[in-house]
Design a protein around this ligand. Sequence first.
Ligand code: ASP
Length: 373
Amino acid sequence: MSRFFGVKKHKLLTLWTHSNYSIINEFMKQPSILIIYTGGTIGMVDDPETGVLAALNFEHILVQVPALKRFGYKINTISFEKPIDSSNVNPKIWIQLAQIIRDNHDKYDGFVILHGTDTMSYSASALSFMLENLHKPVIFTGSQLPIETIRTDGKENIITSIEIAAAKRNGKPVVPEVCIYFENQLYRGNRTRKYNAEHFDAFESPNYPPLAEIGIHIKYNFEAIHYPSQKKRINIKTNLDTNIGILKLFPGISKEFIFAVLSTKGLKAIVLETFGSGNAPTEKWFVSILKDALTKNIIILNITQCNAGTVELGRYETSAQLAEIGIIGGGDLTTEAAITKLMFLLGQQLTPTEIKKYLQISIAGEISLNRDY
Ligand code: ASP
């Protein structure tokens, strides 16, 4: 077991020990998968004393899923030394994950990241921006019930994620994207949100179709999957700027509150969660506070509070004024994609005009507008 970026590396299955050359050759054709275990419910156990769920280490997970050995794949694992609840995930963890994937990109056919469900959509969105020229599947999964629970959803989620991460068509990965696999659906990660804290189907992708639906067969939606056009080397972009915030409107929101949020020291951008197709109060004080923020070069990105659909600035009078003062329409971005896209763009050496341009086009398939990748 070796240390690796503060994480432990295990060799779960080694299929290279056969002496017969042809058998070795055969095995070499077998898919190779790297599982990265970060934590989350999937690896938690009820502490009998406190009644609180606490993280287990990865060996326990492997014991619970003996079927992994029957795949005949080369499966290696890396686990965080201290598995975490995903509420403790932050950009440092995303950078660690991006580095692990970059360093192992050419050694494996695909990657499966075991991650808590609570912030999985943020992590998948962030990595979709940070992993430039990704050519391999990166599948996030986890579970709603711990793996050692009899009714756990974790076993099926891990097994199918591995199968998807290894899938190839004409020698190429079927899904070379950052995805979330959960409860029979494979989604583009940056289109998802966790919408249910109770059901096994915890995720949805309200504005983009599933990349695959899983029943007796795995039915890939090839039209919806993005295939990189050029074979450039993977590159990771790890500069993220967290001087941002979310301002969710509600009827009766006070002037003082909005003013306080927009006066936050060092604030560079906010995601403004508006009503319907991007609408907001027309009151003078409201527009004037936003205008002041814009003159201080704070970027304001307008996304809808609705579960599905898109911002259409100018459709109503209540959004036309926002466009007029220079607020950017975020189309059908989810909150998770909007936040991580802002962190990512602000972290690059871009001019404000470039940031505004990239916010309105797709850089990793996150928005249903012009694609630019
Ligand atoms: N609190 C857990 C986490 O996000 C929930 C889960 O994994 O489902 O880490």
